[in-house]
Design a protein around this ligand. Sequence first.
Ligand SMILES: [Zn+2]
Length: 530
Amino acid sequence: MPTTRREFLAAVAAAPALVRLRTEHATVVRGGTVYDGSGNPGVLRDIAIANGRIVAIAPSISERGTEEIDARGMAVAPGFIDIHSHAESSLADDPRAESVIRQGITTIVGGQDGSSRGVDGPDSFSAYLSSVTALNPAVNVAAMIGLGSVRGRVVGQDDRKATSAEITRMTELVESALEAGACGASSGLEYTPGAFAPLEELIAVCRPLSARRLPYATHMRNEDDRLLESIDESISVARGARCPLQISHLKTQGPRNWSKLDAAFARIEAARRDGIDAAFDRYPYTAYSTGLTNLFPVWSRDGGTEAFLARLADPAVGPRIKAATLAKVELIGGWQNVHITSVRAAEDRAAEGKRVGAYAASIGIDPYEVAVGLLKRSGGNVGMVGFAMSEDNIDRILAHPHGMVCSDGGGFALEGPTRRGSPHPRGLGTFARVLGRYVRERKALTLAQAIHKMTALPASRIGLRDRGTLAIGRPADVVVFDPATVADKATYEEPFQYAVGYRAVIVNGMTAFKDGARRGEGAGAVLRPS
Ligand SMILES: [Zn+2]
């Protein structure tokens, strides 16, 4: 749990004003306004770091560090924790995690939306975490076990109930992943095969979370017309499994559902009064990002990509698929609100970064046929962004006491193998955007609140007891930024732009970013709940 205000002040008082820095990597962050992560206002302090840990927090540290970071006029905060990230999937291609580090994130929580590695057998999650360590990532990595991946491994891609033997097998895989250090279990109930899991199965496979107080994190079965029913189902899973609930990227999708936010909050608050530890996260954009297949009904995706593509061409079911898909597109405001982010087929590169409506008009083909063609030629691997959310609701979701910040984004760099497609800008801008747009400009929440939602609050959800706060003895994950200038630059049209306004980012005591330049590669560690 986060350090209390009293503990923080006691630690400050206990720190000697003159600190002896004995190691070569000693760093002093000097003269900044220090926000400890608890949500309390900042105080002017110097921070000394040695051997990867914070060794002093004091009004003035007179001894100089090997490295000095001038934080005058800056905010100094615990390194940000991205509670719902997809950046772990690009670490093998580029372990520098540029877009992650450059928005102040020092820990990513992967294995989201029901999809993770490490589901092949009893030791495989442990092996997976070892493989992440071997990449020497720039950022700390915590990971959930993906319940969709578990179901795919045990039951396969088909829409059927699991047998009791299969449920036992899935539960064992979840248990062994938690034993190895998974920080929760995630579901993706709009994705196959995760979507084929009924409530009773989800309760069963989440039971191992209970004793560890780790969350069931869910991309719910529906986020638009059946949002409230989906929240009810999520709460039922947590109630049945007696585990915490983390609703991933809470949203009210489609203008006709924007008014449901009060009812959504009411359900979550009622669950909390019933003793269910329910919370949620959200990214600061009015557009979501997913696979283009997500516009198509779940039943049409039964059996996997091959079966889905075959069904599209089948005159017996094709028209039903089309009708359901067009209804979903209508809900988000039409094809002009569907933006293609990536295709696998080289011949369709021209579609990347374009709205399906405009692109279809430019080539003179019906937009539904354009979507189907893209999917066929890319084997189902087409990314999209859908513009369908209310900005006022984002203010309220971010400001809610149980809301926290997530990117839901990948890791990217302006050069190298992760510069590809036209991704949703959240992977490059989220944390800076919350600080710039939602704190400074829209005043939806205070700076201290926002920092809490990026640090101590997410750390407490996943059992990272020594992260997310600035206190003596803690591992030194620190971000230094200018509250007056911090901002996101990535846009839907030009996503490959790093956030601005950061002075320094420190991971486990090593400076990973300072004054616009990267260094200290590979200081990230795999983090397990304690
Ligand atoms: Zn998701």
